[in-house]
Design a binder for this molecule. Structure first.
Ligand SMILES: [Ca+2]
Ligand SMILES: [Ca+2]
Length: 197
């Protein structure tokens, strides 16, 4: 990554913002190409409203993050017009049903080196005109994180983009892993939308 060249001048003011932008772009490009075709969407479904994500877990802010990431992706991909309730042909109902952490790898002293966080969701894409689900699915994904420390120097490819410890790996390791998992789920949702018909 050559991002230092682009962001260097503005670093004192915009470093975090640039990093966030870069992160979004990189997280997004990770899944690009999967859903480049629009599929054959039903002709009466042209728009979607994303309902407030329901959080059945005690995990803080996971619903807000899911809403943000799924809206970002839908708007960017523009498969369906994203609109407000009352104005939409369909809605997307996402429930976070479970978040769990488990040890993934140990070192020789049997200390946990890497944790895995799994996020489980139930997703319904609902046809508001015909009053029936277009699909209804349980979807889950996961991310890995080290127990503390700096994910920018842990020698782990935290976001699975083929680059280890680059500029796009920063912040709280567990929050980063949650973001990775949810990003993957939102891509799965979009894939499901375009392949439902
Ligand atoms: Ca990486
Ligand atoms: Ca890393």
């Amino acid at each position: 990554m050559q991002s230092e060249h682009f962001t260097g001048r503005y670093r004192p003011m915009g470093s975090n913002r640039n990093k966030t932008l870069l992160l979004s772009v990189l997280l997004f490009s990770w899944g690009c190409g999967i859903y480049s075709l629009r599929g054959n969407l039903p002709s009466h479904i042209k728009s979607v409203v994303v309902m407030p994500v329901i959080n059945q877990t005690s995990e803080f802010q996971v619903a807000e993050l899911t809403t943000e990431l799924v809206l970002d992706l839908l708007i960017r991909e523009n498969v369906l017009r994203v609109t407000n309730a009352g104005d939409a042909d369909s809605d997307l109902r996402i429930t976070i049903t479970r978040v769990s952490d488990s040890p993934a790898t140990y070192d020789v002293a049997e200390t946990v080196q890497e944790w895995r966080i799994d996020i489980y969701t139930k997703v319904v894409w609902y046809d508001l005109a015909r009053n029936k689900p277009l699909f209804e699915k349980n979807m889950s994904s996961f991310g890995y994180y080290p127990p503390g420390g700096d994910i920018g120097s842990d020698n782990i490819d935290n976001d699975n983009d083929g680059e280890i410890d680059e500029d796009d790996e920063f912040g709280d390791p567990r929050v980063f892993a949650i973001r990775i998992a949810i990003t993957k789920i939102t891509e799965d949702i979009l894939n499901e939308v375009v392949s439902t018909w």
